[in-house]
Design a binder for this molecule. Structure first.
Ligand SMILES: [Zn+2]
Length: 244
């Protein structure tokens, strides 16, 4: 570990009595998201940025059994987008064998650097996946309007909340065989759709971010609701945009 922290200092980064400490929150939220079917089969997860520290769940561990001592901590300041397995600074690496940092790391980094997000959630929710399947193969985005739950979603994920009369639009990108290979296409979609609060990945799931973990969570909930109702509307052949 190339950091200047002692072992005790590094361990203190994840051990806290405070239930709102990121290491405690990530463990608890992954359990909650597991029950929702958002992070099942070791896929999906959450990362929280607090000041200059980024807290990451590991891969290769059951999502409902993550403990604070399994959490990786990285300095937010990195010379390039951190790719899993690449050499760079960690502030803390868990000692348990077989753990590696989340494969989603560079995708979470997109949200932190391009939207100054404080947290990013990745789900494999079937509502998100089914919604992408119900869109034509060449569809670039999902749009929906006139839904109360749109009001829980923020412009760009971090700005003002949308109104009932706004149309929500979320880009859909193609999946890749390896999760980290989504990094560039996710970043390109975020550039092209600066107001989008999330990125849908065809046949895979969704990335959602917010200023704080609470905002990332509530937006994930609102969006998952909207994805679910949109799937039902499409199956019922109802238009997603408009109020008739
Ligand atoms: Zn994934």
């Amino acid at each position: 570990m190339p950091s200047k922290l002692t072992h005790e200092e590094a361990e203190a980064l994840v051990i806290s009595d405070d239930p709102e400490h990121p290491a405690n929150l990530i463990s608890e939220l992954c359990r909650d998201f597991y029950k929702l079917g958002w992070v099942t089969g070791t896929g999906g997860g959450i990362s929280i940025r607090q000041g200059e520290h980024v807290y990451l769940a590991p891969s290769g561990v059951q999502k409902e059994r993550i403990k604070p001592e399994h959490i990786f901590v990285l300095p937010f300041a990195q010379s390039s987008v951190p790719k899993p397995g690449s050499k760079r600074d960690f502030l803390r690496i868990p000692s348990k064998k077989g753990l590696s940092e989340s494969q989603c790391t560079p995708l979470f980094w997109n949200a932190f650097t391009m939207r100054q997000a404080g947290a990013c959630i990745h789900t494999h929710s079937q509502h998100a996946v089914m919604l992408t399947l119900l869109h034509p193969r060449d569809a670039q985005s999902f749009k929906i309007s006139h839904q109360e739950m749109i009001k829980g979603v923020r412009i760009g994920g971090v700005g003002k909340t949308l109104s009932f009369f706004n149309t929500l639009e979320i880009p859909i990108i193609d999946n890749t065989a390896v999760e980290e290979d989504l990094t560039e296409s996710m970043a390109a979609a975020m550039e092209e759709y600066p107001d989008a609060p999330a990125i849908l990945v065809r046949r895979h799931g969704v990335y959602v971010w917010g200023n704080t973990w609470e905002q990332a969570k509530t937006q994930s909930e609102c969006l998952d609701y909207l994805f679910e109702i949109a799937v039902k509307m499409l199956l019922a052949k109802l238009p997603l945009v408009g109020d008739n």
